[in-house]
Ligand binder design. Structure first.
Ligand code: PGA
Length: 267
């Protein structure tokens, strides 16, 4: 894991935008395959999406030819519900950039056979050439996507129940916790681990424990994000607050400054 500690959430978003831009430029449609991004919802990537929109509007970045696959979608909300993840992505990114709407995918939750639908989603990712960069957040309980504690570390995209904790965390977007869906279709941990690169963002003191367990704890389904320790190319991008409980902070900082001498990050 490459652990990058930045001063604050704004800086985290800027560095994240650098990684996203790099993957798009390296996989331009003129080359052998189109860029494929794995995207996430939640509060954490919002600043990153704002920067990507600014870069598009300034003519610095184009999403033409880019394909996207989102991590998850709630089951049980009407398609046009304000809090559906399709809606979130339209509002916070897709409606403001030059991406082809037909190339933006989220798990379909209207199919009568959600198990099959999950497998079809993984197959569609494969057919697109695999995900070049998977963006991730982390839940307070250590989840990635909606892979809650106890999830198989080899899981495919599938139907998954949300924990009470996750429903409580997400109730801030709804009128009450009772309105938060109990089910989702989420990319599995096995699906996520197939991405060529993972970029996990975490900011704020509330993420300290989950971040520490993910990076320095044992690989365990108790902390689903710890499975990323098995991924050969994962960048964990943190602000000072989220990194505060890491035991080896000094090493991560030393290592990162050496890395940047070799491969500078232009922001
Ligand atoms: P957040 O959610 O970005 O809103 O904190 C992250 C997650 O639950 O994966």
């Amino acid at each position: 894991m490459r652990v990058i500690i930045e001063n604050d959430a704004d800086q985290v978003a800027k560095v994240a935008a650098f990684f996203v831009g790099q993957v798009i430029h390296e996989n331009r449609p003129s080359k052998t395959k189109n860029p494929v991004l794995g995207l996430a919802t939640g509060s954490t990537p919002l600043k990153l999406y704002e920067i990507l929109i600014e870069q598009y509007k300034a003519g610095e970045l184009s999403f033409a030819g880019v394909t996207t696959f989102n991590l998850d979608e709630y089951v049980g909300l009407p398609a046009n519900h304000e809090q559906s993840y399709r809606n979130f992505m339209q509002r916070h990114l897709f409606d403001h950039i030059d991406i082809d709407p037909a190339s933006t995918f989220l798990p379909s939750v209207s199919s009568p056979d959600l198990r099959q639908e999950g497998l079809r989603y993984d197959q569609r990712i494969l057919e697109a050439g695999g995900i070049d960069l998977q963006l991730l957040g982390i839940g307070f309980d250590g989840h990635i996507g909606f892979n809650e504690p106890g999830s198989s570390l080899a899981s495919p995209t599938r139907l998954k129940a949300l924990t009470r904790q996750t429903r409580a965390d997400n109730s801030r977007f709804f009128d009450s916790i009772d309105q938060v869906p109990k089910l989702s279709v989420t990319m599995g941990i096995g699906s996520i681990l197939k991405a060529k690169q993972c970029l996990l963002l975490a900011t704020g003191t509330q993420k300290q424990d989950a971040v520490q367990a993910m990076i320095e704890g044992p690989v365990s389904s108790r902390v689903p994000a710890s499975a990323l320790q098995l991924h050969p190319n994962t960048v964990v991008l943190l602000d000072e607050a989220a990194a505060a409980k890491l035991e080896f902070q000094d090493y991560y900082r030393d290592s990162e400054s050496l890395q940047r001498e070799i491969q500078p990050i232009a922001i």
